[in-house]
Design a protein around this ligand. Structure first.
Ligand code: PLP
Length: 459
């Protein structure tokens, strides 16, 4: 063992290797030294644990180069979503249409009109870039975009009800992943939570009985990824607006997903659209940019101008403001909503509304592609996809998938190899079988899956 330790080259010796000298032309000396030390320390660990190693300077240099290449690749990278969950929060939620990238490049690789008014040559407001468009597509009087919907709710509560009571149904005091909890957000905003009703039933008189001189707001929250079934009742938006008008109390709805297209004609369940909720008379409506809207991460606030004007001046707004990448991509997506059938263009909606014939064709295509590989067995099966994040979250949507088996590998082995490949393939294991749902596959994913499976079978 001692002998092996002695055979290990020193850091200085390695620094004199040609490949390393070349590396130092680009990389910081301290960074390269750190990596050399790391690789040498891995060797020492192996030696002290009696794991067999051969010590060869060339091999060590190769390891260092590999280590560096792994560490200089971006951690945030593309994956293939074969889970069938369309708005997959862990995999980046909504994806953009290819054509959007040109616009994003124009705006971000060059200077832009982010806060500059071309007409008068004076300072402009970044918020005005998409406000008109948001009003156009939602029917609201005014709009404001912030960093995400959590921020939109926090800002709205801070402006509308700080120090005042906010009436919320107990059935809507939900937690929406990543520790966004309505009672906690309320506390942060300085509003006072006034819960009414019971978990399963809340009536209109629960709201009216709770109103007093310190009531600041009525809040409705979309329960998103949580559903109450059975003996339940909640008060409709229309009725809540009626109460709000009668008692002159502002009203707001956290709609979560914010769908702008009625998806019932594609067999999906009814979800109130933003336009409907605005039209019903909600003073403020908030929703995410990257859920059913199909855009970038953003929190969109639409509603009455008097409230939006107050929000624009609030100090929190600066802390949760959006950048030019968000505004550029959001504007691009919103413009698609001026077209007749945005669901044919916006990837999130396109995937959600794919019909079963197309899904079947895709499954056949994937099966065909994989059928040329030895040791692989595939079957087309009927499965359920999910919308994911926000409204429709747990809704099963019929789809097709490929069940894939590879000789001598367990389902867990296959899943693991898929996940750790050059371009990770994220799949589901259902009843111990590896399933690739074709709903969320993109045009150029098929070839990558083919190569990946081939590589796995070749060991
Ligand atoms: C998703 C969701 C949020 C959080 O939105 P983010 O954009 O992820 O911050 C808040 N409220 C509801 C009802 C949601 O569905």
């Amino acid at each position: 063992m001692n002998n092996l330790f002695k055979k290990l080259p020193s850091v200085d010796e390695i620094l004199r290797e040609n490949d390393i000298i070349k590396l130092l032309e680009n990389y910081k000396h301290d960074y390269v030294v750190k990596i050399i030390r790391q690789v040498l320390s891995d060797y020492r660990d192996k030696i002290s644990h009696n794991i067999e190693v051969t010590i060869n300077k060339q091999e060590i240099v190769k390891r260092i180069l590999e280590y560096l290449s792994k560490n200089t690749h971006c951690n945030l990278k593309r994956v293939i979503n074969a889970t069938g969950v369309v708005i997959h929060t862990n995999l980046g939620r909504s994806i953009f249409p290819d054509e959007l990238i040109k616009n994003l490049w124009e705006v971000t690789a060059h200077y832009s009109t982010l806060e500059y008014n071309i007409e008068n040559g004076k300072r402009g407001s970044r918020y005005s870039l998409v406000e008109k468009l948001l009003c156009e597509v939602t029917g609201a009087e005014a709009a404001l975009v912030v960093n995400n919907n959590a921020a939109a709710v926090l800002l709205s509560l801070s402006v509308m009800s700080k120090g005042k009571e906010v009436i919320v149904s107990r059935g809507q005091l939900v937690e929406i992943g990543g520790s966004f909890r309505i009672p906690d957000v309320m506390l942060q905003s300085g509003a006072i939570l006034k819960e009414v009703g019971t978990t399963n039933k809340t009536h209109d008189y629960d709201y009216t009985n709770a109103i007093n001189e310190n009531t600041g707001l009525i809040l409705k929250v979309h329960t998103s990824n949580f559903r109450l079934i059975g003996f339940t009742e909640e008060v409709s938006t229309e009725k809540l607006v009626e109460i709000s008008e009668k008692y002159n109390i502002p009203i707001m709805e956290d709609l979560g997903s914010g769908v702008l297209v009625d998806l019932r004609k594609y067999g999906l369940p009814y979800e109130p659209t933003v336009q409907e909720v605005v039209k019903a008379g909600m003073d403020i409506v908030t929703f995410s940019g990257d859920k059913l809207l199909g855009g970038p991460q953003a929190g969109i606030i639409v509603g009455k101008k008097s409230f939006i004007d107050l929000m624009k001046k609030h100090p929190l707004t600066r802390a949760v403001r959006v950048d030019k990448m968000c505004l550029s991509t959001l504007e691009y997506i919103l413009r698609i909503y001026l077209y007749n059938e945005p669901e044919k263009i916006i990837p999130t909606l396109k995937m959600l509304t794919l019909n079963k014939d197309i899904l079947y064709e895709r499954a056949v295509k994937l099966k065909d592609i994989l059928s040329n590989i030895n040791k692989v067995k595939t079957d087309i099966i009927e499965i359920s996809s999910m919308a994911g994040g926000g409204a429709l979250a747990e809704q099963d949507i019929p789809s097709y998938g490929i069940k894939i088996e590879i000789d001598n590998l367990s389902s867990n082995d296959i899943e693991n190899k898929f996940r750790t490949g050059d371009i990770p393939i994220i799949c589901r294991i259902v009843s111990d079988a590896v399933i690739l749902d074709v709903r969320t596959l993109l045009e150029d994913d098929y070839d990558i899956i083919f190569k990946s499976v081939k590589k796995i079978t070749e060991g």
